[in-house]
Every structure is written in structure tokens, then in C-alpha cells.
Ligand binder design. Structure first.
Ligand SMILES: NC(=O)c1ccc[n+]([C@@H]2O[C@H](COP(=O)([O-])OP(=O)(O)OC[C@H]3O[C@@H](n4cnc5c(N)ncnc54)[C@H](OP(=O)(O)O)[C@@H]3O)[C@@H](O)[C@H]2O)c1
Length: 252
């Protein structure tokens, strides 16, 4: 099947994997609503997409804010029509640090961005997807769910990504037979600002071993490019598979 003419909403589209997802979608004829907080980064993504002949709508919003979520959906649908593809890519790796003494409010704030926002966007967009008999929801997670002990000092991140994967699997089962799929995507270790944040600001906050691994992966150039990860995600959108955990390293 072709994605040509479909409309997508891509969160975290200002840089990193999300920007490259928007570019890969544009090359397949998909128009995307791009969401992030940083307007200048969204503008740059929009410029790159439009440079390749694609169309976008940049929507500045903080996904931690429930009111902003509702406005974002309304603006995207009003401008672009029903949305068939939702790529919940935005996330925060913060707060990093030891759990002893962690402020629970700070810890819980990551749930808003990493779990509540993706679920809320799906809830809002699902009625139209189900009515159309076609939809794709991809929730970007992390290999940390398979190896939670590999990111000591990232308790909020590991917890929220595990919750996101459970939400996705349950949603996929609920949607069976509707034509709407829900899948998890683990993007690999990707050379982005999120990796840089752990390398440059993680020392003393994540465990020494965790920090050393992030530094080592960068020095040894084992990180993959955002483009490579995004292409692996977008290539899977034509599949009818649902309830799967896709990994960037899996063969297509
Ligand atoms: N890079 C890796 O190695 C790696 C590994 C495993 C999983 N992942 C996952 O891959 C996804 C993309 O990560 P990335 O590495 O590309 O990160 P990134 O370069 O830091 O990009 C994150 C994007 O999310 C947006 N975002 C963050 N908080 C937001 C908020 N509250 N409201 C709206 N937008 C927000 C950011 O824009 P603003 O800051 O302007 O809002 C940015 O556009 C994430 O789900 C991450 O957990 C990445």
C-alpha cells in the first residue's frame, strides 16, 4: 500500500528522530503536523520538508499541558483534515538522578510527556481513524524497557517507557479488526540531543557505568543516525501488523 495523501501528526518533530520521521513521511507524500516546544526548530524542520516538496503545519505546544494537547489536535485537524498517522516520538529523559530523595512531583512530570500525552493524542485521534477504517499509531519507546538495569539514574525514563509499551500493546488488542494499528518502536542508540544530554549533564546523576557507556558509544561511533532510525520506523507504516515491538535493528 501507499502512504501518499495521508496526514500525520508527529511529536518531537523539531530535531532528532522526529525531524527525520517528518522528512521520510514527506518523501512518501504524507503531510505532517509537527509538534514541539521550540518554534525555531520546528521552522527548520518545516523548511527542510518544504525544500523536498512536502507540506507541513508547525504547531508549538508543550505536551505536558493537557489544554495544549487539545488545542494542537483541533488546529491540526482543522488545517489538514482527519489524521491517519500518529507518531508519538517526543519524550523527556529527565529527571535523571538517584531515586533516594527524588522529588515525586518532578518524577511524575515525565509521565505527562512520555505517557499521558501519547495516550491523550491517540484517544483524541482514534474516533476518526476507526471511522475511516485505517490508522497507524506508533509510540516511540526504548530498549531500556528490555534492560531496565542498564540505565541506573533513569528511573523515571525506564518507568514511563515501560508504561508506554503496556499502553500500546493493550490498545492494539482493543483495536483488532478496526484497521487501526498500534505498535511500539525502539529506535536504537541514536546520535541526537537526548544522547548528548546524558553524556554532558548525566555525570554524577546516572551511575558511573551508565554514563561511561553513553560516552563510549559516542566515542566509538556506534550511534546510528536519526535518519536511519526514522527510515526504519516509516518503512513499517504500510504493514497491517499491530501490537508489535519494532526495533530499528530488526530486518524490514
Ligand atoms: N536518541 C536515542 O538514542 C534514543 C534511544 C531510545 C529511545 N529514544 C526515544 O526516541 C524519541 C526521540 O528522541 P530523540 O533522541 O530524537 O530526542 P531529541 O533530539 O531530544 O528530540 C526530542 C523532541 O521531543 C520534543 N519534546 C520534548 N519534550 C517536549 C514537550 N514537553 N512538548 C513538546 N515536545 C517536546 C523536543 O522539542 P522541544 O524540546 O523543543 O520541545 C524534540 O523535538 C524519544 O521518545 C526517545 O525517548 C531515543
Amino acid at each position: 500500500m501507499s502512504l501518499n495523501g495521508k496526514v500525520a501528526l508527529v511529536t518531537g518533530a523539531g530535531r532528532g528522530i522526529g525531524r527525520e520521521v517528518a522528512l521520510a513521511l514527506a518523501e512518501r507524500g504524507v503531510t505532517s503536523a509537527l509538534v514541539a516546544r521550540s518554534g525555531h526548530e520546528l521552522s527548520e524542520t518545516a523548511r527542510l520538508v518544504e525544500g523536498r516538496g512536502g507540506k507541513t503545519l508547525a504547531l508549538v505546544a508543550d505536551l505536558a499541558d493537557p489544554a495544549a494537547l487539545a488545542t494542537t489536535v483541533d488546529r491540526a485537524v482543522s488545517a489538514l483534515g482527519p489524521i491517519g498517522i500518529l507518531v508519538n516520538n517526543a519524550a523527556t529523559v529527565e529527571p535523571l538522578g538517584p531515586s533516594a530523595g527524588m522529588d515525586p512531583t518532578t518524577w511524575a512530570s515525565s509521565l505527562g510527556i512520555n505517557v499521558i500525552a501519547p495516550a491523550s493524542l491517540a484517544f483524541a485521534l482514534l474516533p476518526a481513524m476507526v471511522q475511516a477504517g485505517w490508522g497507524r499509531i506508533v509510540n516511540v519507546s526504548s530498549i531500556v524497557v528490555a534492560h531496565p538495569a542498564a540505565m541506573i539514574g533513569g528511573n523515571a525514563y525506564a518507568t514511563t517507557k515501560a508504561a508506554l509499551e503496556a499502553h500500546t500493546a493493550n490498545l492494539a488488542a482493543e483495536l483488532a479488526g478496526t484497521g487501526v494499528t498500534a505498535n511500539t518502536y525502539r529506535p536504537g542508540s541514536v546520535d541526537t540531543a537526548m544522547q548528548e544530554l546524558v553524556r554532558t549533564k548525566g555525570s554524577g546523576r546516572v551511575s558511573e557505568e551508565t554514563h561511561a557507556r553513553f560516552v563510549h558509544n559516542h566515542e566509538k561511533k556506534t550511534l546510528i543516525t536519526p535518519q536511519r532510525s526514522a527510515l526504519s520506523l516509516v518503512a513499517r507504516l504500510t504493514s497491517d501488523a499491530s501490537g508489535q515491538i519494532w526495533d530499528a535493528s530488526d530486518p524490514l
